[in-house]
Design a protein around this ligand. Sequence first.
Ligand SMILES: [Zn+2]
Length: 131
Amino acid sequence: MNSEKEYHEILKKEYAGTVTTLERYINPRAVILHHCSQCEQEFYAKPMWLVGKDSQRHVCNMPYGDNNGVRIPYVYSKVSHNKRTRRTLSESVKKQIVELGKQGISIKQIAKQLNIADGSVSYHLKKAGLG
Ligand SMILES: [Zn+2]
C-alpha cells in the first residue's frame, strides 16, 4: 500500500466503494479524512486501520476506535456537527453575536462566522434590542 492509487483500490474492494478519501493519501500511518456514503459520515482514520484488523475498520454510525481503546481524538461527522450548532451558546458567543450585530454585520454573516444557526443569532440580537 505504497501509493494513493493502491490504497483506493484496496478501499474499494474492502468497502464496496462506500468509503472514499477526502484528503490526499500520504502513507499507511498518516491520518486522513475519509467519507462513507453509506452512513454519510466523515471521519479521520489511518489507512492501515481501515483496511486492517476488523476491530479497527470503519463501522457505520460508530465512533472510530479499536478494542484496545485506541481512539483518535475526535470523530467528525455531519450528525455531531448538527448537534454542535444546536448546543446552548456560551456567554462569550452571545457577547460576540451582540458585538458583531452592533457593527452592523448581517445575521447570516454572524451565523457563518460563529458557526451557529441563523435563528440563534437573530434571537440573541433581538434579546439585546438589536433585532
Ligand atoms: Zn459508514
